[in-house]
Write a protein that binds this ligand. Structure first.
Ligand SMILES: CC(C)(COP(=O)(O)OP(=O)(O)OC[C@H]1O[C@@H](n2cnc3c(N)ncnc32)[C@H](O)[C@@H]1OP(=O)(O)O)[C@@H](O)C(=O)NCCC(=O)NCCS
Length: 158
């Protein structure tokens, strides 16, 4: 797959601004509040071998972020520039990040896709991923006030 004009590189801090600009240009990709320069820098520092860039003729044309928390692997922001979609690059980035996460010891890998991202759904199903119907995703926004702590009765010393 690789030729002189197509390389997969490890992402580093210098790539963060170009990655953010790239993601903002990709329809269907959710660039959220978590995608700040500082949070991405922390993510790359924690996951130095699993955040990959596809460069074609020196230009950023694809990304994938892999994260390993010691228990599960997670994949975020797999994206290929629309001009290069449908040529196998998404599949290549996916197999590379799976391999890197497996090398770290991740026994299972999860990813999140918006419910209306039918491209992502078709792509991952075509690649043999299982769409989980037995798991619900719950989220907590840490900028919200915490619910008041209630000490269980009879447990005053916790
Ligand atoms: C999803 C995405 C990364 C796929 O990348 P791509 O380079 O176009 O995919 P590939 O060319 O590598 O396709 C590989 C395989 O997936 C299949 N495929 C790709 N998109 C598909 C779709 N929407 N439905 C069904 N199959 C699909 C291809 O037919 C191909 O099949 P094969 O294994 O039999 O050859 C790309 O469409 C993209 O960047 N989308 C926008 C960002 C996004 O939504 N990312 C997911 C965030 S969760």
């Amino acid at each position: 797959m690789e030729s002189a004009s197509c390389v997969v590189e490890l992402a580093n801090a210098a790539d963060i601004k170009p990655m953010l600009a790239f993601w903002r240009s990709i329809p269907g990709l959710g660039v959220g509040r978590g995608d700040t320069e500082s949070s991405l820098k922390a993510f790359l520092e924690r996951n130095p071998t699993t955040c990959l860039l596809l460069k074609i003729n020196g230009c950023l044309m694809g990304t994938v972020l892999g994260g390993f928390d010691g228990r599960r692997g997670y994949i975020y922001h797999l994206a290929v520039h629309p001009d290069y979609q449908g040529r196998g690059y998404g599949k290549m980035l996916l197999s590379r990040v799976i391999s890197q996460l497996k090398d770290l010891g991740a026994p299972k890998i999860h990813l999140f896709a918006f419910g209306d991202n039918h491209t992502a759904e078709g792509f991952y199903l075509s690649q043999g991923w299982e769409k989980r119907r037995n798991i619900q995703v719950f989220s907590w926004d840490t900028s919200e006030d915490m619910p008041p702590e209630v000490i269980p009765s009879g447990e005053e010393n916790i």
